[in-house]
Design a binder for this molecule. Structure first.
Ligand code: ATP
Ligand code: MG
Length: 718
């Protein structure tokens, strides 16, 4: 592929960015304007025109999935796979560095990554050791505190002691937590970044090596970098490497996790002569969708200010649907997707976006009922599921007997008669002798009461035996063996019902994943590589499977992606904007940016849905329609009525009664008591449509809520 074909398919502003000879660039532009496309083409340009080797390029993406996509797009453009190029997330790249330079980083060779849940467990252990009051200072609060400090690049030793009791307690915990992690070779997500940064500061010769190696850094989604990530980039770039950063201040949505929108300005100040390029043409969405997006984001006060336009078509209006409840909302979405598929479209071109993970279950159920394959990003990701984490903990223990987090997780899972008391005793011994729980168990086993002693001895023997097989078996063979010998598989087989079955299926899926696993480094053992990837990349893998499937994800994880058909579900006050954000204008602006991100994922058609009543977290709530809906210019929004009639919205706050023109002529009324031959007595909740295909929703005393076609339901008035 030659030079022209790299810039052929770009507009003038994009070309300028791709082919610039300036060392530092900032591309600041709205959604769908081709920022990511510019990055990909710039990498191709640097290699084909400037003569850089893949080896000299470092690219930072926001997710592992985006990193894989970037590699593919570059291969397509240049005609071969860019071997040796570093492309990954900040965490992934930091992990890679620490793996290679563990000694310089002050870590043991087989250090383990702690995910959020493991981290909390370690913090709870620290609480016990310190006799800290968990009522007064909830461990989650300490977790939040520690992560916040790390995102700012602060270790416990850097933080000034203060007389305020909160800081005193938090600092004490942070100190003890750091010690516990260091002792166990445990590294949480924030620590990965912190250590990678310290590596640059403490080992100048190593920094010099990488500054010689890399020539250019490229960063996507720059608006969501936090302080430590920016510091890491800044030190690496020094005044030696070139840098291209692309971002959109209107899409900064991780402020709550320490992201600093100010890094955009910092970049232009900290580096000399940064050229700023603005892209204004949107290639993704219809003019109608853009109008809605602009309407929403223009309500925010603190913006750098950009205009987006498209020369594309107006396209369809946005549709707004008010579900009677969350079930009805999910059913509506499912049926629209059915229509879409029936027209010959791909399922993978559809995304359902929501604010909170907890919303996914009802949506999943609706899709299952309609037999529409779907896939979930984030949330209950595969590798975050309980049974999978338990299985991985066994594998971790085989690699490193002194992995305390893994030990604690499985010592009594499945239950083998090792109670809390015994575990506490092991913890005390471990603490007293500054040793791992495993080592403590080995010494303490003789002193335990007979039953506990036997159980612990059995556990130690089982793990040791499995560890002997570790070198000789294949990854899937080993995992299979572990699941059987540990009793984990049997344990979940005995768990009754749907849930137990799903867990068993997931464990089987884990063996499949092991079988299909290709280790990046084929010359070293696969297991440690597999485990590290599983933790880092939590669940993004499942979305790679080949089956054509609808995509479900939170609004946060939709960043950077695009889909022809998009649903934004749960457009209700308290849910979105989230109730936690309502008191702070800064947080509210972030929610609005999140809404802008959601809307701008849609290419052709966007549905916005909400439920008039919703059961979430076990509570019934009646929420008003989201304020963001009001920010959308009314000429681009149409309300979909239950009967599928279409009308302009008059009022967004509808009471169920306004729907009651439906079902007229059915002989029944809303709220009427009825009887069904099989389901028994119930109350009419709502109607949908009229005539022979009109449907009725009945809440039966014994059977719960059901939708039925009136004609066939043969309801009897009571
Ligand atoms: P986001 O802010 O959501 O991350 P983005 O600015 O990174 O968006 P891209 O994903 O790079 O935008 O591009 C959006 C869509 O527009 C993609 O499908 C891309 O291929 C297409 N596109 C971008 N530039 C052009 C162009 N010059 N000609 C044709 N299509 C383009
Ligand atoms: Mg992008």
């Amino acid at each position: 592929m030659d030079v022209t074909s790299i810039i052929d398919s770009l507009n003038p502003a994009q070309r300028e960015a791709v082919s610039s000879a300036d060392p530092y660039q900032l591309v600041l532009a709205g959604a769908g304007s081709g920022k990511t496309r510019v990055l990909v083409h710039r990498i191709a340009w640097l290699m084909q025109v400037e003569g850089l080797s893949p080896y000299q390029i470092l690219a930072v993406t926001f997710t592992n999935k985006a990193a894989r996509e970037m590699r593919e797009r570059i291969s397509d453009l240049i005609g071969f796979a860019p071997q040796g190029m570093w492309v990954g997330t900040f965490h992934g790249l930091a992990h890679r560095l620490l793996k290679m330079h563990w000694r310089d980083a002050g870590l043991p060779e087989g250090f383990q990554i702690l995910d959020a849940e493991d981290q909390l467990r370690v913090i709870k252990r620290v609480y016990a050791a310190l006799n800290m009051d968990a009522e007064k200072w909830p461990p989650r609060q300490a977790q939040w505190y520690i992560n916040e400090q790390k995102d700012e690049g602060l270790r416990a030793a850097h933080i000034q002691q203060s007389p305020d009791p909160f800081t005193v307690a938090m600092l004490q915990i942070y100190h003890a937590y750091e010690e516990a992690c260091q002792r166990g070779g445990l590294v949480d997500f924030g620590e990965l970044l912190l250590r990678a940064h310290e590596l640059w500061l403490n080992k100048p010769e190593l920094l010099a090596h990488y500054q010689d190696r890399f020539q250019h850094i490229l960063v996507d989604e720059f608006q969501d970098t936090n302080s430590i990530q920016y510091a890491w980039l800044r030190v690496l770039a020094g005044n030696k490497l070139g840098m291209t950063a692309v971002g959109d201040d209107d899409q900064s949505i991780y402020g709550w996790r320490g992201a600093k929108i100010e890094n955009i300005q910092n970049y232009t100040h900290d580096f000399e002569a940064v050229t700023t390029v603005r892209l204004e043409q949107n290639y993704r969405s219809t003019a109608t969708i853009l109008k809605a997006a602009n309407g929403v984001i223009s309500q925010n006060a603190n913006r750098l200010g950009k205009t987006l336009w498209t020369d594309g078509q107006d396209g369809e209006l946005l549709s707004l649907y008010a579900g009677f409840n969350e079930q009805d909302e999910a059913r509506f979405i499912g049926e629209r997707i059915q229509d879409w598929i029936a027209k010959g479209n791909m399922r993978s071109d559809v995304a359902i976006l929501y604010r909170s993970n907890a919303q996914s279950r009802i949506l999943e159920e609706a899709l299952l009922r309609l037999q529409i394959p779907y896939r979930i990003y984030g949330g209950h990701r595969f590798y975050e599921r309980l049974e999978i984490k338990n299985a991985l903990a066994y594998l971790r223990l085989l690699m490193n007997r002194h992995d305390d987090a893994a030990f604690e997780r499985v010592i009594n899972t499945p239950t083998r008669g090792i109670g809390d008391k015994t575990v506490q005793r092991l913890r005390d011994t471990a603490r007293a002798h500054q040793q791992s729980l495993w080592a403590a168990a080995e010494t303490e086993v003789e002193n335990l009461p007979a039953r506990a002693s036997n159980a612990v001895r059995g556990f130690l023997a089982m793990v040791s035996e499995l560890a002997e097989d570790y070198q000789s078996l294949t990854l899937d063979g080993l995992t299979d063996q572990v699941l059987e010998a540990s009793g984990l598989l049997e344990f979940y087989r005995r768990e009754k019902g749907e849930r137990g079955q799903t867990r068993v299926e997931n464990l089987e899926e884990l063996i499949n994943a092991c079988r299909a696993y290709e280790a990046p480094d084929p010359d070293s053992p696969a297991l440690p590589q597999f485990i590290d990837e599983a933790v880092l990349d939590a669940g993004e893998r499942q979305a790679e499977s080949d089956e054509d499937a609808v995509q479900l994800m939170t609004l946060h994880s939709a960043k950077g992606l695009e889909f022809p058909l998009v649903f934004m579900a749960g457009m209700e006050e308290n849910l979105f904007p989230h109730k936690m954000s309502l008191e702070e204008s800064g947080r509210l602006e972030e929610e609005r940016r999140l809404c802008y991100v959601g809307i701008t994922r849609a290419m052709e058609k966007l549905y916005l849905t909400y439920a008039e009543t919703r059961r979430l977290y076990g509570q019934e709530s009646f929420n008003r329609v989201s304020r963001f809906i009001r920010d959308i210019p009314s000429e681009v929004l149409q309300e979909v009525r239950l009967s599928a009639n279409v009308s302009r919205p008059t009022s967004f706050v509808k009471k169920p009664a306004t729907l009651s023109d439906e079902g007229s002529g059915s002989g029944f009324a809303l709220g009427q008591q009825v009887k069904h031959k099989i389901f028994g007595e119930g109350v009419i909740l709502s109607f949908e449509g009229n005539g022979p295909n009109g449907r009725v929703q009945v809440n039966f005393v014994n059977e719960g809520t059901k939708w039925m076609v009136l004609q066939y339901a043969k309801l009897q008035a009571l």
